[in-house]
Design a binder for this molecule. Sequence first.
Ligand code: AMP
Length: 481
Amino acid sequence: MKDKGFENYKLSDELLKSIAMLGYKSLTNVQEKVIPELLAHKDIIVKSQTGSGKTAAYAIPICQLVEWEDNKPQALVLVPTRELAIQVKEDFFNLGRFKRIKVAALYGKAPFELQEKELKQKTHVVVGTPGRTIDHLERGTLDTSSIKYLVIDEADEMLSMGFLEQLESIISQLPKDRVTVLLSATMAKDIESLCSAYMKNPIFIEIASQSTAVDRILQEGYRVDEDGKLDLLKDITVIENPDSCIIFCNTKQRVDEVHKELLSCGYSCEKIHGGMEQRDRLRVMEKFKQGYFRYLIATDVAARGIDIDNISLVVNYDIPQDKEVYVHRIGRTGRRDREGKAITLISEADDRYLRDITKYIGKELTIKEKPDSSQASGFKKAFLEKMRTSALVKEAKGAPLNQEIMKLHINAGKKTKMRAVDIVGTLCNIDGITKDDIGIINILDISTYVEILNNKGELAFQELQRINIKGRPRRVSKVDQ
Ligand code: AMP
């Protein structure tokens, strides 16, 4: 059997180290196909489900290929939603940690000026949503002159959100001499035309057709009146008693309603929708990922690309009106070869959507009889017991990396003319610390953050308590990560 280890590819030791610390032992199918082609500078179209390790499939070669010395952005990754932008940024950050790759995320409803400042510093990779990326281009705050790698992730979703014009406008402002990678779960006509307009002899890679992902997931439906949905939802969740569950609704009002009801019944639940503050949305996603609560009630904001392992059950409280959205929603369960279960509530007015969906996925949902309340009560004890125990809290993905990296805060920044060389110079004067132990340095107006690698954080921290930086003692403290 062919060895699928990462060490068989032309990757630097720094990258291999972060890959190992993230716990990736062998390449996933998509990585096996994409990594060598991208390392060889080929344009690539990838048709692949989410959850297949596709982010790392492009992030690993890009981290390998970017030149650390170049201060201008060399890679641009376009994604449909803010959540995904943040997640992709995090993946790049974790993978590129030992190479000290700097990644900026550009997305709306977050202060423009902070992003502008970030872009003024060394930035290797920019991950952006189309709207905010255009804003930066128009205001001249994003320099694309050194972009060598363009990734269009979740292309189908971007087009269905009406981003075609923005995408074309962004692409037209990039250097022609570049490598382009496009990823999509589905390959509609408009995506094919996008590819033929902007890519050079692309290699087409298809990983596990949509149907195998769909086949792995047990899909059931219940017929129900609108009025009966809440009761049915409660019965189903008691009977299924999932470890973790996403309940999808079509509107934020519905999310609010369902959330309020489940909360009042003592469910361990939170909600997420586009009407919430960005900060709160991120907090909820992070807590859900780590398993702090079991039920997430969501609009489609959370349906795409978001990488949460091990969702046991997806419930479509409202049937999605778009067949592709159905596939994306249920794809939150059954990730990476696991089996999953999806239950859809179907009211009378939903029949045409159901027809569309079954035609698209090529199979019927198993329509089940509504459980009666006595049936549900038999399961109640186990349900209440699970609700009382908190879910197993999972470590954040980058946690093992954080263990050997300490982030320090220094109370001096641009206003006091602090530069990266000042920090590097001071640290390298400490016995036992070399430039290889210094990670990402982020200089803000009156603060500087610096990461110390290889378990040398404590040493650097202690020494900086007594030695000067740029001629003066500075307050240096540890930052919780
Ligand atoms: P994605 O398809 O990019 O959403 O990735 C799905 C999940 O797979 C993420 O949690 C990744 O961290 C994880 N992952 C990616 N590559 C590998 C790998 N080679 N081995 C194990 N896990 C991986």
